[in-house]
Write a new protein. Structure first.
Length: 243
């Protein structure tokens, strides 16, 4: 679900994500490839701005309203990550950029994507380990690299690249930046089941904002020497072995 929310808050979040996760663009090499972008929205805009080309690019979303505007260079497809509805071995590259946390059954989703991957093809996955709640109610879990590695092993895939992006301080920076978004219902982060906030919250709210404004740049600076066991995100590239 990479960038289907068009709000200003979401655009800011994705802009920051792209810069803090710059390694993602180093491993995506689409030139001459047939690419399936699962839940990608208009992520291909970012690739195009960086000079990427492709032989075929398909964006898969579960509903029409999540698809980007029609583009002659991109195919738009309605489907599910767990039921893509395309033939086996259809793509050289499959992208799942911060999508699996929004899929209720990520095991079935990765198996379905792997089915659509050609032998020798690459699946590029970016998942949060410490992501804040967003796109409510479709945020089901965060994932560790141990889950991804084990799932790759079960599918018979080869891990060709892994990087823990950020760490404990990056997570603190992310939390201080995003923790108040539910108050303003930004990026679909508010859970309506929780009801109204108590009066104590509103008394503390100005002081919380002040502390967060101070802590955000400090924790972002300290993240330059981060503790990667508490990774903010995991970037994993897996390869489907040749037959």
């Amino acid at each position: 679900m990479a960038d289907q929310d068009k709000s200003t808050a979401s655009r800011i979040a994705y802009w920051l994500r792209d810069r803090l996760n710059a390694d993602l663009f180093d491993v995506i090499k689409t030139d001459g490839r047939e690419v399936l972008d699962v839940g990608g929205g208009n992520f291909y805009f970012r690739l195009r701005r960086r000079g990427h080309t492709w032989q075929r690019y398909v964006v898969l979303e579960p509903t029409t309203d999540l698809l980007p505007s029609p583009d002659p260079e991109v195919e738009l497809l309605i489907g599910s990550a767990t039921d893509i509805g395309l033939p086996d071995s259809s793509f050289d590259m499959i992208l799942a950029i911060q999508v699996l946390e929004h899929v209720f059954d990520p095991i079935s989703a990765t198996e379905e994507m792997y089915r659509c991957l050609k032998p020798g093809g690459l699946m590029i996955i970016l998942v949060p380990q410490s992501g804040t709640l967003h796109l409510v109610p479709h945020h089901y879990q965060n994932l560790t690299r141990f889950w991804i590695f084990e799932q790759a092993r079960r599918m018979g895939a080869e891990i060709v690249h892994w990087k823990a992006i950020g760490g404990a301080w990056r997570t603190i920076a992310s939390r201080t930046f995003l923790m108040f978004w539910p108050v303003f219902n930004l990026h679909q982060s508010r859970d309506p089941a929780l009801g109204r906030r108590p009066w104590q919250f509103w008394i503390a709210f100005p002081f919380q904002l002040l502390v967060s404004l101070i802590l955000f740049p400090i924790s972002l600076l300290l993240s330059l020497g981060d503790i990667s066991e508490e990774a903010n995100n995991h970037l994993v590239v897996i390869r489907k072995p040749m037959d």
